[in-house]
Every structure is written in structure tokens, then in C-alpha cells.
Write a protein that binds this ligand. Structure first.
Ligand code: ASP
Length: 314
């Protein structure tokens, strides 16, 4: 039987998102209730790029559901080093595991890999493409802190290469959020992403800005991202924009007292450490939410209870 794959957040309807977030809230309230739910099940971890939070929270999630993981390990120590194709690697590992989580530097790789496997495959980041499980934990954190109704969000930083941005922006079109995108000119959202956001509709406008000051007072949530240095073809181009957007207590003087600041992490220098202890900071809570949200996602995918649509084409 062919299971669902989660490749992009564009596959997720509002109903799908609510199903995952509600299940995550139930699990968060009583994790012991699901401690044996997937006893014996194995999750295959295939990470071709560095990861801390995504990999460890998927591993924690699977273990907290009673299952375990099999990990391909680093590219250096795997057969990838011998020239094995991604299609062959996933076909082999699906024979060992009940679901797969894949991170790969190449955009579109998760779509391609999913065509070769029948067990559920979750895209844990494909280059500058998508990162839908991150989006689900982002939405969970927004729902807990600011609510998803009548939301005004600013998304700031590297909007060109930031896959968490592309995923979150697409998912938010289900909620009629007002989305403000703040970046240097050279790191604006790719035009095809803007086009898609308009096509997906539901959004009360996609507004682009170079200055945070223009929109800060109106924001419920400010989602800050790191400049994705590893994706720049030219280091000089990175140096031109490095450190351009930094949030410190002074920046926030014009913010609403209820502002929630999020960041998918890791941060470099985008958010001053003095912000960490303020009520604005939700980024560590956001990272912790990765566990109940990924438990919910794995539970639904392994039980075939999600029924997400689309083939995940980007
Ligand atoms: N951890 C996130 C990702 O894998 C964000 C980042 O790396 O900046 O996309």
C-alpha cells in the first residue's frame, strides 16, 4: 500500500493543519497516553545536510511513541560516499523502516525520492525548497502565542533561500494572515513563491519591505531567519548582506507589548541575547514544540489518518 508523503506545506489544507495541531496539543497534555502507540516501529533518518533540532526532535518523537530510529549517519560514513544515488539509498532504507525522514541540499530531492518508496516520507528540508514539519511546529507556536485568526506576521531575513519561510508563507494562506516580508532587495522572496502565494489565495496580500520599522508596530508575530550562508554561490554576496537585520532591545521600542518573536534556529547574530529573557522570545519554546508536533505527525502518518493531498510538487 502506498502511504502519504509530506513534501511541501502546499499539500496541507487548513483541516490537515488543524488535525495535526490538535493531535499535538493532546499529546503535549498527556504524552504518556501514547508512550506505546507505535511500539516496534522504526523511523529511517536520512540527513545529507547538518541538523540538530529536526533530527533530534524526530528521534525523540519516535522514541516517545514507543518506536525507534535507524540512522544513515553522515554522508561521509555512508554508501553515498561510494556514489550511491538517492533513489537507491531510499529504496534500500525503506526496507528497514516504517517511515523515512529526508534532508537533502538539493531542491526537489524529496519529491523525487518519494516516487521510489511506499512508506511515508517526510521532507525535512530540500535545499531552499520546503520544510513542512518545521511549518507545523511554527504554526503550533503561533497558535499558542498569538492565535492563527486575524494574524499580522512579519517574516524577516533571508527570504530567498530560507526554506522555512517558503513553507510557512504557503501554509499561512489557509488562515487569511496578513504577511509582511522584510529583507534586503537581494534576498527577496523568489518571484515564483510570490506568484504561488497569490495563486493560493486566501492571503490578504503579500507585502514586501526593506525596513522593519515600517511594519513593526502592527505585528503580532515577527519570524526572524538566518542568512543562509551555505546557499550563496558567491561568499562576497553573503558578506554584503551579513548582519544587516538585527533585533535588539532598541529595535523593539516600537513593537507591541504582545509581540511574539520566533526563529527556526540556529541564530547567528539576528537576535541579541538580551531578548532571550523577555516575554517576546518564543524561539526556544518553538524548538521544544518540535517534539509533540512531530509525534502527532508521525502518529497520523503511520496510522494513515492524515490523508494529505497532492504529490508535493514544488
Ligand atoms: N533549521 C532551519 C532549516 O533547516 C533553519 C536554518 O537552518 O536557518 O532550514
Amino acid at each position: 500500500m502506498r502511504h502519504d508523503h509530506l513534501i511541501t506545506s502546499k499539500q496541507l489544507s487548513r483541516g490537515d493543519i488543524e488535525t495535526v495541531l490538535d493531535r499535538a496539543a493532546e499529546i503535549d497534555a498527556d504524552p504518556s497516553a501514547v508512550a506505546d502507540r507505535h511500539a516496534g516501529a522504526l523511523l529511517g533518518l536520512l540527513f545529507f545536510e547538518p541538523s540538530t533540532r529536526t533530527k533530534m526532535s524526530f528521534e525523540t518523537a519516535m522514541k516517545r511513541l514507543g518506536g525507534d530510529v535507524v540512522d544513515m549517519g553522515s554522508v561521509e560514513s555512508s554508501s553515498v560516499k561510494k556514489g550511491e544515488t538517492l533513489a537507491d539509498t531510499v529504496r534500500v532504507i525503506e526496507g528497514y523502516a516504517d517511515a523515512l525522514v529526508l534532508r537533502h541540499p538539493k531542491q526537489g530531492s524529496a519529491t523525487m525520492a518519494s516516487e521510489f518508496v511506499d512508506v511515508p516520507l517526510v521532507n525535512a528540508g530540500d535545499g531552499a525548497g520546503h520544510h513542512p514539519s518545521q511549518t507545523l511546529l511554527d504554526l503550533y507556536t503561533i497558535r499558542e502565542n498569538a492565535g492563527l485568526e486575524d494574524l499580522t506576521i512579519g517574516i524577516m531575513g533571508d527570504l530567498k533561500y530560507g526554506r522555512t519561510v517558503h513553507s510557512l508563507a504557503a501554509a499561512l494562506t489557509n488562515f487569511d494572515a496578513r504577511q509582511h516580508f522584510i529583507s534586503p532587495e537581494s534576498l527577496r522572496l523568489p518571484r515564483e513563491v510570490v506568484y504561488d502565494l497569490h495563486q493560493q489565495g486566501g492571503t490578504t496580500g503579500v507585502r514586501e519591505h526593506e525596513s522593519l520599522a515600517e511594519v513593526l508596530p502592527s505585528l503580532d508575530v515577527l519570524y526572524v531567519t538566518r542568512i543562509q550562508r551555505e546557499r550563496f554561490p558567491d561568499e562576497n554576496e553573503y558578506q554584503k548582506v551579513a548582519g544587516e537585520y538585527q533585533i535588539d532591545p532598541e529595535t523593539l521600542e516600537a513593537a507591541s507589548d504582545d509581540l511574539t518573536i520566533m526563529h527556526p534556529l540556529p541564530r547567528v547574530d539576528e537576535i541579541a541575547p538580551e531578548i532571550d529573557e523577555t516575554d517576546y522570545a518564543a524561539y526556544f519554546e518553538q524548538a521544544h514544540n518540535g517534539v509533540p508536533v512531530r509525534m502527532a505527525l508521525l502518529d497520523l502518518l503511520l496510522s494513515d489518518d492524515l490523508g494529505i493531498g497532492g504529490d508535493g510538487d514544488e
